[in-house]
Ligand binder design. Structure first.
Ligand code: BGC
Length: 743
């Protein structure tokens, strides 16, 4: 009997909410108001609560009895639960067993794929290919949505200039301009054109804000910076994601200027809602409200819940503080019920936008899941995205001939290293439900792409520990071969969340293994897999060829083999500077000049005694199997008025013998400012494809908008004056022009 009443309640609500596709926003709002008027305070607070399922643990706590919470209407949202079957089961509980039958929202970290894994975000950013990045986001949303998910905790857009921080793997690197474009591309990919389309998910831009600037690269650590740096360098990618329509925002763990983000009214209300007009809902990161206590900002969980609510946080992830305290806080008059209603409205609106009130099970479709998950479309894209993410760092000629690409004629190849035939590590950090049994390793890839090659594999050592017992076998395999491929680097746990490192050399015994193999005098190709730039100066001086492959995902091994054997000509360019050693960090391309810029022979200039100022490999850098030459840089005018555009063109010629792609990059330098400006700032790029001998004229346009910055009064404007402009295939481009901006 009770069940029938519940079902009828759900049906009434469903009917009231059904066929809302054609309704205007106002009508939806009215329906939400009607629903709110039916809800008890406890049911409202349940909508503001998100708990993890017991399937995966992505943070320090678990909650026993989350199913009961759902049944009792105390939890309106679940994360880390997936598959059509399990989400249907949970949804059934919410819809059939709670008084109002409000559907659950299912969230998950689909950072670079759900079950089919694409390259880690840092890798994929190196493609500088926004369409490719959007497609990866689209396809991973499609796959995840088929497995019952509604909400993706992605994109992670934290700018970071510190490779000690393990989470650089999840972001798009050090540059604000590129990072902002990638942020929008990902939101477009995740949310598609219409959230009602059941292959789309809600995006969640994170971690707001400035999490990537954690002191000394230590995870969860303090962030403190000027408002100018915050606004100029760190905030724009979040803003870009919001402008692209990101439905939700996640707070960050860090404090900023002494205030933990989840308690920051400045961030969550003043900037996000008032300045940026964000209309969606804000969720905390995992137990971030509770963490305001050890931060020293809240005295207990009640205080923390109050601070978060007052700051403008709508949903508590995993902390249970809203559930525990909001009722009392209202009774004590510290929180107004209207504030709760506002937050509930935002969350219900998202459920509405997804069509969950039309059909709460529309995402949980076993047939669709079977068709889409790990389908050929996903696998092909994993390989394609993988090839485009690889960066060729070095390819020196030996006896007049470069080692790469290898030819496919029979010869003996040694493939050595802990990452050469490892199906799990190639998936990288945050690989969601990535199915390692479907991964192609480097060994598999070589056998697939060059079946006539005689390849012998030896692990040599692990990515960790001190065991050298595999060295002898590796050395003997190497001795018998013509060329040695060394697949070394980080395993998937050596970067990502809670995986900061102060030593960025190859971990474990790998560097020693490399040295032992190099001592044999064989030609060696270094296949470097990692989730961050590693310090490889020593090795870079000894090996003739280096492919930085990052962690490429399910078809990573095939992608690597495609590049090794020249079926794909590498075109990736670094989005994060490779330091020579850890002491240079933070090191990034758009630093300031200082009052005593580097001069090798002058003691009193800004430099180190023990290491050069320049990085090992700069931002924007990456080689190809062909070569490109830049010429004929031309500017439409040498003076530009504030209301005018400046057109820039440059000739790019493929001077080698293979077709290839080049990322043509445009940088500017504002020579004198009311506040000092960086030595270079990326302002445009184009990825082009050229046949051997072909020349293309590449054009850019810049306007005063591109020259704006925050001056001493924090007004954002362009200042008249002289500018330098650089064009080339890397941030150390030296083909330059000059123009003057006039009023
Ligand atoms: C991470 C977030 C993630 C969340 C949920 C946290 O530990 O910082 O990026 O979305 O867990 O899994």
């Amino acid at each position: 009997m009770k069940r029938n009443i519940i079902i009828s309640a759900f049906i009434i609500i469903t009917l009231t909410f059904s066929s809302c596709a054609s309704r205007s926003k106002d009508e939806v709002e009215i329906k939400i108001d009607d629903l709110l008027s039916e809800m008890t305070l406890e049911e409202k607070i349940g909508q503001l609560t998100l708990f993890t399922s017991s399937w995966t643990q992505t943070g320090p706590t678990m909650r026993e009895g989350y199913l009961n919470d759902v049944k009792q209407g105390k939890c309106g949202n679940i994360f880390n639960a997936h598959t059509a079957e399990y989400t249907s089961e949970l949804q059934r509980i919410a819809v059939e067993e709670t008084r109002l039958g409000i559907p659950l929202l299912f969230g998950y970290d689909v950072i670079h794929g759900y079950k089919t894994i694409f390259p880690i975000p840092l890798a994929e950013a190196c493609s500088w290919d926004l369409d490719l990045i959007e497609k990866s986001a689209r396809l991973s949303a499609k796959e995840a949505a088929a497995a019952g998910l509604h909400w993706n905790f992605n994109p992670m857009v934290d700018i970071s200039r510190d490779p000690r921080w393990g989470r650089v793997a999840e972001g798009s690197g050090e540059d604000t301009y590129l990072g902002s474009l990638i942020a929008s591309a990902k939101v477009r990919g995740i949310q598609g054109d219409d959230l009602k389309d059941e292959s789309t998910l809600l995006a969640c831009v994170k971690h707001f804000a400035a999490y990537g600037a954690a002191q000394a690269g230590r995870d969860y650590h303090t962030v403190d910076m000027s408002e100018r740096v915050l606004r100029e360098t760190y905030l724009p990618p979040y803003r870009a994601a919001i402008d692209a329509g990101s439905a939700t925002v996640m707070t960050s763990f860090n404090e900023l200027d002494g205030v933990p983000a989840s308690g920051s009214k400045y961030l969550m209300t003043d900037v996000l809602r008032e300045e940026w007009k964000f209309r969606g809902f804000v969720v905390t990161d995992y137990t971030a409200i509770n963490e305001m206590i050890p931060h020293g900002f809240a005295k207990d969980t009640a205080d923390a819940a109050l601070l978060a609510m007052k700051a403008g946080v709508d949903m508590d992830m995993q902390g249970g503080t809203y559930l525990l305290h909001l009722q009392d806080l209202i009774d004590q008059g510290k929180v107004q019920e209207a504030a709760i209603d506002q937050a509930v409205r935002r969350i219900l609106k998202a459920k509405f936008d997804l069509g969950l009130f039309d059909d709460p099970y529309r995402y949980s479709d076993v047939d669709r899941e079977n068709q889409v998950v790990l389908s050929k479309e996903m696998m092909d894209h994993s390989r394609e995205a993988g090839r485009k993410s690889i960066v060729l760092l070095k390819n020196d000629a030996i006896d007049g001939k470069t080692l790469l690409p290898l030819n496919k004629k029979p010869k003996q190849l040694a493939l050595i290293g802990p990452l050469a035939h490892n199906q799990m590590d190639i998936l990288g950090t945050w690989h969601a439900s990535g199915d390692a049994s479907k991964s192609t390793t480097v060994l598999d890839g070589i056998k697939e792409v060059a079946p006539d090659i005689d390849v012998v594999y030896a692990e040599g050592c692990k990515t960790y520990g001190e065991d050298r017992s595999g060295f002898a076998e590796a050395i003997s395999v190497a001795k018998r071969s013509d060329i040695v491929l060394m697949a070394v680097g980080e395993n998937y746990r050596q970067n990502g969340e809670a995986a900061s490192r102060t030593n960025l050399n190859l971990p474990g015994m790998q560097e020693e293994l490399m040295e032992a193999i190099l001592d044999l005098g064989k030609p060696v190709v270094l296949i470097l897999m990692s989730g961050r730039p590693l310090t490889i100066e020593n090795l870079s001086q000894k090996v003739p060829a280096i492919l930085n492959t990052w962690h490429l995902g399910t078809k990573g091994g095939s992608a690597i083999a495609d590049v090794l054997f020249g079926d794909y000509n590498p075109s990736g360019k670094l989005v994060m500077t490779f330091p020579r050693n850890v002491g240079q960090i933070p090191i990034y391309y758009n630093m300031k000049n200082t009052g005593r810029p580097f001069k090798a022979k002058d003691k009193y200039t800004s430099k180190y005694l023990d290491v050069a100022n320049d990085p090992l490999y700069p931002f924007g850098y990456g080689l190809s199997y062909t070569a490109f030459e830049y010429s004929d840089l031309s500017l439409s005018q040498s003076t530009m008025r504030l209301d005018e555009d400046l057109n820039i063109s440059v000739g790019v010629t493929n001077t080698g013998s293979r077709a290839g792609e080049e990322v043509v990059q445009l940088y500017i330098r504002d020579l004198v400012g009311n506040v000092t400006r960086p030595v270079k700032e990326l302002k445009g790029f184009k990825k082009i494809s050229l046949e051997p001998g072909q020349t293309q004229l590449v054009e850019f346009t810049i306007s005063a908008e591109d020259l704006k910055f925050y001056n001493q009064d924090m007004s954002f404007k362009a200042e008249p004056g002289d500018f330098l402009l650089y064009v080339g295939g890397s941030s150390d481009a030296d083909l330059s022009g000059k123009f003057e901006l006039i009023n």
